[in-house]
Design a protein around this ligand. Structure first.
Ligand code: CP
Length: 298
């Protein structure tokens, strides 16, 4: 695999191989470094989990890691992303983990630098895709549920702006997940869906769910006509000790983070026994090790 741009590029076999390697890393720990390679993180949007877990994953594989601190870099003088990338590549960086607010920007860079010996990883582009998040989430589900073909997965929240949900639906379809239900108020529902169905009722959507994925309310992406009163959202869509009862008693609760405590879910749920949120974060390092290993073998 040369780049990781979105889930569409993967086959079932690719995902199975990545899962196998991520579980191997989780069980066996670190690898002895094979040879030097340098990775740069280029985050034009904020991040805690993705940037740091790619940094840890690369370090554990013996890679050198540099971080482009965007606000203090020459980006502030107007240098384009392509020129920044070319300059880092000239210094010997071969792997780039990129987050940006523009949909499709990582694919555009991959096309522009098609002939170059560099590898790009989409760490979240606008509302389009966040493939490594979907993969680490899928890994976490496999630790709790055996047969994905029989699962009902409920995804709750701001589906319209969620790159996580987009990658999720593509991966769920690819891997034969039984049922995906997207639960969102009308203004946050997409026009069309790659997979699954959409509902506005939390009770209907959560009914008999095995996995509940809550999405962050992305205030920074809401347009004026998409604004919702947070009090109303909370009262109708927050996962609470009451509303979680609509789902199966052994349902797991996920969230890509960061969580707006008390908005998407109550603290009792976030810190409760059904929450696997920190396990997602832990698995993020192993899944990103598996992804980097895959790119390095190209
Ligand atoms: N889930 C996720 O992408 O988190 P960060 O924004 O902290 O990287």
């Amino acid at each position: 695999m040369k780049h990781l741009l979105d889930i569409k590029q993967l086959t079932q076999h690719d995902v199975q191989r990545l899962m196998q390697r991520a579980f191997y890393f989780k069980k066996k720990g670190v690898l002895i470094p094979r040879h030097e390679a340098t990775l740069a993180t280029m985050f034009y949007e904020n991040s805690t989990r993705t940037r740091i877990s790619f940094t840890l994953a690369a370090s554990r594989l013996g890679m050198q890691v540099v971080n482009l601190d965007v606000p203090t870099s020459s980006v502030a003088k107007g240098e384009s992303m392509g020129d920044t990338l070319a300059n880092l590549h000239a210094m010997g960086v071969g792997y780039f983990v990129i987050r940006h607010s523009t949909n499709g920007v990582v694919r555009s860079l991959a096309n522009a630098y098609d002939g170059a010996s560099l590898h790009l990883i989409n760490a979240g582009d606008g509302t389009h895709a966040h493939p490594s998040q979907a993969l680490l989430d899928f890994m976490t589900i496999l630790e709790h549920k055996n047969d994905v073909s029989g699962l009902k997965i409920a995804i709750v929240g701001d589906v319209l702006h969620s790159r996580v949900a987009n990658s999720w639906l593509e991966l769920a379809q690819l891997m034969g997940v039984g049922e995906c239900v997207l639960i969102a108020p009308e203004p946050w529902q997409p026009q069309t869906l790659a997979f699954g169905k959409k509902v506005t009722s939390l009770e209907e959507g959560l009914s008999d769910a095995d996995v509940i994925v809550c999405l962050r309310v992305q205030r920074e992406r809401l347009l004026p006509f998409e604004q919702l009163d947070l009090h109303t959202y909370r009262s109708q869509y927050a996962l609470t000790t009451q509303s979680i009862r609509y789902a199966k008693h052994d349902a797991i609760v996920m969230h890509p983070g960061p969580v707006n405590r008390g908005v998407e879910m109550e603290s009792e749920i976030m810190d409760g026994p059904q929450s696997v949120i920190l396990q997602q974060v832990e698995n993020g390092v192993y899944m990103r090790m598996a992804l980097l290993e895959e790119l390095r073998s190209d």
